[in-house]
Structures are given as structure tokens and as C-alpha cells.
Design a protein around this ligand. Structure first.
Ligand code: SER
Length: 318
């Protein structure tokens, strides 16, 4: 069947790269990139781009109906750091946005809806090591609250209305193409950007703060593999996934091993408490068993690739 795909939050960290990959797989004109800001050149020049505010149900429905959409990758969201600066906006975008997407999917028979959840669905009471999929979900951030509620809403629309809604609890995602926007794990991207630019970096969590991470090529594979997974084999609708765990100090050292002049200081801000409320490592065995998930990048492989890609990019700009 020919897929007609809508991506929301297309110009964000995941959306930019996912949209380009989807266009290669499904044909450029079958993948509509949407967001609320002007489109980046890479997306504008490779296929259709539209303005879409996901909090407006009429806009969502019009786009889905006019373009005969069969699959939605719903990435538009406010992340954890920005969510704590404006919790009301975070609730509005994350919850009303998802509700509008799922309602439109139900009413207009969109086949599949893929949405990221997050390690932010966990909270301070959750076991910190090898955190399993089914555990205590009592987040203390507005972002985390919207993720837990979103997971439940996805499952509700699946059970009650048969919408094929699937979700991944992403850990911190590291990438070089588009900067992340307002998350707690952004330091793991910033550290590479600063180091390659020859600048020192003030990291906003402490050196021993340890979190799970995933490099973008693995994150994109996860989304595409989950979307393609045989529905009859899925026991869960929301999955834990992880690449590797590392402390902020270990990430900085991995950078320093490749760029010896790099200097990093650790000056925690309000995001320290958020980071401390999340697991240090994740058990993703259900994703491995149910749809064959397997990451490729560990910290060192990621550092090699990040640094060489950022150098190429800087060279292209200079
Ligand atoms: N990277 C996200 C954040 O920090 C976690 O889902 O908000």
C-alpha cells in the first residue's frame, strides 16, 4: 500500500532527519513536513512543507484529509527543560496536540500513529538501574506527566478504536544535524558542538550525572523498525529503548580523548534535579524480543562519528 505520511514537529532535532529518511523510503511527495516555524532549506527543497499548529484540531484534520494521510509521526512537543519554564504551554502542546492527532486518526481512519515517549515518564521513585518497561511511573516534571498520560491515551485509542498507535520511550538523543530544543539531555549534544568549535563548555549537570543515551542513526532505525513491526507480535504499545549509559564526565572525557584541548566545567542549573529524577540505565529487552531492536552505537563509536560529522559541517560553512 502506498503510504502518505505526515510528520509533525518536522523541523526539530528528530523530525529533520526522520523526514529526510522517510522521503528516501516512501518518495519525497508522500512525506509532508509540518511545524510552526519557517522550514529549513533541507526540507523545503526536498518535498512538501506546511504550517501546522497541532493544538488546532481544524488544522490537523484539514491537513490529514486533504493529503489522504495514512501514517503520522507525531513529534511536535515541548521538552523537559522548556516544559518546566512554561508548564501550561507544555501541557497544551503535548496533550492537546496528541489528542488532536489521535482523534483525527480515529475519525479519518489514519492507519498508524507513531509518537515518542521518553525516559521522562519515569520519576524519582522508579528503580534507577536497568529500569524495566512496567514499573513505577510517577514523574515530577510536566513533560513527564504529559508523556505518561500520552502513553495511556495511545493505548486507549488502540484498544477502543483500533488506531495502530505505537510509542518509544527515548533516552537522551545525540545528533549533529539539528540542535535539540530545550531538553535536559541537550548537554550531551552541546558538548560536541562546543568542542569542535574550539570553545570550552559549561555543562549544566554535574560530572557524575548518568543517563541513558541513543545516537540519532539508532533512534531513526528504532522509529522505522517499530513502525514496520508485525502487529501480531506486539505485546506492548510503548517500548523502552536505549543505546548506552554514560555520565556527563564520561561523555566529556570521550570528547577530550579526541580533542585534547577541550575544556569542560560542570555548573549545574535547574535541570540537575530533572536529570536526577530519571533512570541511569534502561532495560529494553521487550523491544529486542518483540520487534528485534538492537542499537549499533556505543559512546566511543558515537564520539567518533559526531566529531567527524561536525567537522565536515563546520568545514562546509567556513
Ligand atoms: N531529551 C528529552 C529531554 O531532555 C528527554 O525526553 O527533555
Amino acid at each position: 500500500m502506498k503510504e502518505r505520511i505526515l510528520v509533525t514537529g518536522s523541523y526539530g532535532q528528530i523530525g529533520t532527519e526522520l523526514t529526510l529518511q522517510l522521503r528516501q523510503i516512501h518518495g519525497a511527495n508522500n512525506v509532508i513536513a509540518t511545524d510552526i516555524t519557517p522550514a529549513p532549506e533541507a526540507l523545503e527543497q526536498t518535498g512538501p512543507t506546511r504550517y501546522l499548529d497541532v493544538t488546532d484540531p481544524r488544522q490537523v484534520t484539514a491537513l490529514v484529509v486533504e493529503n489522504k494521510i495514512t501514517t503520522i509521526y507525531h513529534l511536535a512537543a515541548i521538552l523537559s527543560g522548556n516544559g518546566e519554564l512554561n508548564p501550561q504551554q507544555c501541557w497544551n502542546v503535548n496533550m492537546n496536540g496528541l489528542y488532536n492527532i489521535l482523534e483525527t486518526a480515529r475519525r479519518w481512519k489514519v492507519r498508524q500513529v507513531i509518537t515518542p515517549s521518553s525516559i521522562a515518564a519515569f520519576g524519582p521513585d522508579t528503580p534507577k538501574e536497568h529500569t524495566p518497561i512496567d514499573t513505577i511511573l510517577r514523574p515530577t516534571t510536566m513533560y513527564g506527566i504529559t508523556k505518561v498520560a500520552g502513553e495511556l491515551l495511545n493505548e486507549y485509542y488502540n484498544q477502543k478504536y483500533g488506531v495502530d498507535a505505537r510509542s518509544l520511550r527515548f533516552p537522551g538523543i545525540v545528533s549533529h544535524e539539528t540542535e535539540p530544543g530545550g531538553g535536559t539531555t541537550d548537554y550531551a549534544v552541546d558538548v560536541y558542538v562546543k568542542a569542535v568549535a574550539g570553545e570550552p563548555y559549561d555543562c549544566f549537570v554535574t560530572e557524575n550525572t548518568t543517563l541513558p543515551f541513543l545516537y540519532m542513526p539508532d533512534a531513526l532505525n528504532a522509529l522505522l523498525e517499530l513502525a514496520a513491526a508485525d502487529e501480531s507480535k506486539l505485546i506492548h504499545r510503548t517500548f523502552n529503548i536505549t543505546g548506552f549509559s554514560a555520565s556527563a564526565g564520561e561523555i566529556a572525557n570521550s570528547v577530550k580523548a579526541r580533542i585534547p584541548s577541550f575544556e569542560c566545567r560542570f555548573i549545574p542549573d535547574f535541570r540537575q534535579i530533572i536529570a536526577e529524577s530519571w533512570p541511569r540505565s534502561i532495560d529494553d529487552q521487550d523491544a529486542r524480543q518483540e520487534w528485534g531492536w538492537k542499537p549499533s552505537f556505543n559512546l566511543d563509536a558515537m564520539s567518533d562519528d559526531m566529531i567527524s560529522k561536525l567537522k565536515e559541517k563546520n568545514g562546509a560553512v567556513a
